[in-house]
Design a protein around this ligand. Structure first.
Ligand SMILES: [Zn+2]
Length: 239
């Protein structure tokens, strides 16, 4: 049930402004959360979509949360379901308030993959392959990557916007411990040899991380990064 819906037949279409009668020119909107199936599968590494903000502005767009899948994923990864529900809800709300995921820039280094310096990336000549360092961690005997290239791989021309141009990515060399590994990424299209950096989503262990660290399981473990809070914008138009 949603008050003031854009489309009474489907609350997922969001809401109209709720200050019709106010003298302010600033349009304001309620936050809307709807429960919707979003696809993917928790058992296939990282493919499940648990939530979708739909907008990076608080403009009445409904945030979609896949409650069933959140519960299923929590069970599969042995994680408290209530914490996962809360974290996904807070994360999508952060997107609605204009926040993105934390990222780092990984510069290109002309080096053989096996001796790639930390936090950098390199590429194979004449093939659609890059190598990049990812952070990792151990949880319940499995190794999980804490980092991933940004969907859209901004600087890698011809490889864009979604995972479909990333054919595979896997740990190519793990020099010791479980904190980091060099990953090989096979791309659909030729790599742009002008790409002097790629963008990697990182884990700061805060709510806006691209994916939450499984080892943090208490509600009190989860906060917004204090440096992001001033960038939150609750208005429908933001600087
Ligand atoms: Zn997100």
């Amino acid at each position: 049930m949603v008050a003031n819906p854009r489309n009474p037949a489907d609350p997922a279409d969001g809401v109209n402004r709720h200050n019709f009668n106010s003298s302010s020119t600033q349009q304001t909107f309620a936050l809307v959360y709807v429960n919707r199936s979003l696809g993917g599968d928790c058992r296939i590494g990282g493919t499940a979509t648990l939530g979708m903000a739909g907008s990076n502005l608080n403009d009445g767009t409904a945030m979609r949360l896949d409650g069933t899948q959140i519960s299923e994923c929590a069970q599969i990864i042995q994680y408290p379901a209530n914490v996962l529900h809360a974290r996904v809800t807070a994360h999508e709300t952060g997107h609605t308030f204009g926040l993105g995921h934390p990222i780092r820039s990984a510069p290109y280094v002309d080096a053989p993959p096996l001796v790639l310096p930390p936090d950098t990336y390199t590429r194979a000549i004449d093939v659609n392959t890059i190598y990049v360092w990812y952070g990792e961690y151990l949880y319940l005997g499995n190794i999980y990557r804490s980092e991933v290239v940004v969907d859209g791989v901004f600087d890698l021309v011809n490889n864009r916007a979604d995972r479909e141009d990333i054919l595979a990515q896997w740990a190519y060399f793990r020099p010791g411990g479980y904190d980091a590994a060099i990953y090989q990424i096979d791309l659909r299209n030729p790599v742009d040899t002008q790409a002097n950096r790629i963008l990697v989503q990182i884990q700061e262990r805060y709510i806006m991380d691209w994916t939450g660290r499984f080892t943090l399981q208490a509600l009190t473990d989860w906060h917004f990064n204090p440096t992001m809070l001033p960038r939150m914008c609750v208005k429908s138009t933001c600087p």
